[in-house]
Ligand binder design. Structure first.
Ligand code: PHE
Length: 469
């Protein structure tokens, strides 16, 4: 007995020896959370899925998904984090204890952490591609290049495991360097420089696109809907993307929420972050589509839109080297601020162990992610024919990278989002929600609870089931 008391006293002492930092202000949190939200999803994925799904009608559905699914789940995740005050696993543990629920719910936090870990392993490889494109652009490799030549640059990159590994390593090193320095002196400082840079670069790119003859075409592609182009598939893609782009279902918003000062309004902050994220996605579309149309290219080119189609646009236009380079710098910046948020949940969890320092936690988590990233690196070349689930028709030709992407984006993310909504909507004590959100007892709180109890789970469930079948 005395042993137990001594042990817990010792661990309490070492716990309190590690102070729990806080973002320095509401603004700091907004920048950090938007840094997480704004990433490859906004600048790479949003434009190409919009292109594939016919433009404005898809954009409209996407906006709706952000409003009824994205924002409520973001509020719920930030609230869980702030109330729990620890890593996703630890926060869930505390909340279920406070609400007298089964401790199994804590695995909801665990799943988010695992998902962020897995995602970062391939996010970093793609971040590495963006870095090589800065190099390619600066050194004029795109100038006057033909479609075949640009395709070859991309193909050679993917075919070369050594080069992919090098850039993946550089990207992860940068992420580890920032995260290891901690919330205030590492992440906040980096974000304070990177986010304004991102906004300036984006505005420069949009300004440039406005001066092409095809800005109007790009604008109407994004904003004048033609509902005949909307498919069921498109609606589901929009919903899935709402999750990814707001960094939900990964424990990221829980981890960032755990550093949020008590007096800050969660609802206002979550809405601000979601709006910023959406504005950036739309601006990225406005920067990209006019260039695509001005050069007679295809908006529906798929995932290669940014890495193959866009360089072609830069190859043909005046100022292409400068603006191409700026564009890819923008992409790297966006990817870095998201990647640091993907590392944080696991780092925070490791840091909770009395024997592990922030630096040690970052190193352990970062090196493990780096190691796992090699699977993605090899999926494009040496292991391109390794398709472990090929016996199922659905997974034919899917590499290990494709499977990682599928499992995280299509299964773990929606499942964890669904469970967050169900947990806060149906199980967690309502007093916690009242106390954290301070919406009063009235209409606003009831609307929020209604959306979280019925609309959000129903919408997510549909996507989830569809993705499985
Ligand atoms: N939201 C990021 C993007 O749009 C990706 C991300 C997903 C980051 C999940 C963190 C967690 O690129």
């Amino acid at each position: 007995m005395t042993q137990i008391i001594q042990d817990s006293a010792a661990s309490a002492a070492s716990e309190s020896a590690k102070s729990h930092p806080m973002w320095s202000s509401r603004m700091a949190f907004i920048l950090a959370a938007s840094g997480s939200a704004v990433g490859l999803g906004n600048i790479w994925k949003f434009p190409y899925i919009t292109g594939e799904n016919g433009g404005a009608a898809f954009v409209l559905v996407y906006l709706l998904c952000i409003a009824i699914v994205g924002i409520p789940i973001m509020i719920a995740e930030v609230m869980i984090g702030r109330r729990g005050g620890g890593s996703p696993l630890q926060s869930m543990r505390k909340l279920v204890a406070d609400s007298g629920l089964s401790s199994r719910w804590k695995w909801l936090g665990g799943m988010g952490m695992l998902a962020s870990f897995l995602i970062l392993s391939f996010y970093s490889v793609i971040g590495g591609w963006a870095m090589t494109y800065v190099g390619n652009s600066v050194s004029g490799n795109f100038v006057g290049a033909t479609t075949e030549q640009i395709g070859a640059i991309f193909g050679n990159l993917l075919g070369n495991p050594g080069e992919l590994l090098l850039w993946h390593t550089l990207f992860m090193s940068l992420v580890i360097l920032i995260v290891a320095r901690g919330i205030r002196s590492g992440m906040e400082k980096a974000i304070n420089i990177l986010m304004p840079l991102l906004f300036v670069l984006l505005l420069v790119m949009v300004g440039y696109a406005m001066n092409t003859d095809h800005f109007a075409a790009g604008f109407s592609f994004l904003f004048s809907p033609d509902f005949s182009k909307l498919t069921t598939e498109g609606v589901l893609t929009a919903l899935g993307h709402a999750f990814f782009t707001l960094s939900l279902g990964m424990g990221v918003m829980m981890a960032y929420g755990s550093y949020l000062p008590k007096q800050v309004s969660i609802v206002k902050t979550a809405v601000t972050v979601s709006v910023l994220d959406t504005v950036v996605a739309l601006l990225a579309g406005l920067a990209i589509f006019p260039l695509v149309f001005a050069n007679g290219l295809e908006p529906g080119a798929g995932p290669g839109l940014i890495f193959q189609t866009l360089p072609l646009a830069f190859s043909q236009m005046p100022g292409g080297v400068l603006f191409g380079t700026l564009f890819f710098v923008l992409l790297v910046v966006a990817a870095v601020t998201s990647a640091i948020s993907l590392l944080e949940p696991v780092v925070e969890w490791l840091e909770e162990k009395p024997a592990i320092s922030r630096f040690g936690a970052t190193l352990i988590a970062g090196l493990s992610v780096w190691l796992l990233g090699i699977v993605t690196v090899l999926s494009f070349n040496v292991w391109a024919d390794v398709t472990p689930l090929a016996m199922f028709e659905r997974f034919e030709g899917k590499t290990l990278f494709d499977l990682l992407d599928f499992v995280t984006a299509n299964l773990m993310m929606p499942l964890s989002g669904l469970l967050v909504a169900v947990f806060v909507g149906w199980f967690m004590s309502k007093q916690i929600t009242e106390g954290e959100l301070k919406l009063g007892n009235g209409l606003a709180l009831n609307v929020f609870m209604f959306v979280l109890r019925y609309l959000t789970p129903a919408a997510v469930l549909v996507v989830f089931v569809y993705n499985l079948l």
